[in-house]
Design a binder for this molecule. Sequence first.
Ligand code: INI
Length: 157
Amino acid sequence: MTDIRTIEGDFTSGKGKYTLVVGRWNSFVVEHLLEGAIDTLRRHGVDQKHISVVRAPGAFEIPLVCKKVAARGDVDAIIALGAVIRGGTPHFEHVAGECTKGIAQVSMEYGLPIAFGVLTVDSIEQAVERSGTKAGNKGVEAALSALEMVSLLGKIG
Ligand code: INI
């Protein structure tokens, strides 16, 4: 194994410009994802002048906002944050599906890492658990993924 050339990202450079695209719905949860993501970027050496936040109305709008941000061509990664909680609307599945699919499409279209930090959960309790309590913080996970992808893509060239 040790002789096999392996390319992988790391978390040490602090390089890159990051935009967080954040849905306003369920802000009592999403603000904790945002705090966790920014804290993670900062603790991995990203200067705050290289971090920006763009607010979208809800998860459904996140892909289009990501597309507009990607089209500017001035960031190395986007971190999409939001929370879709079942019961909020009969359109729950639609909102969650369009958000997931749209983010993946934009990422592929622009060759740009978009970390997926949109919670899709059955209850407010689950959302709270995944936004900084007993089941971790999806914003932190998404920021780590963005950092790793920026590093990895930089090495692949
Ligand atoms: N948007 C969310 O981000 N989370 C939700 O839980 C949610 N629910 O449940 O309705 C939600 N709906 C709004 C949607 O994202 C759009 O903003 C809205 O449909 C207007 O286009």
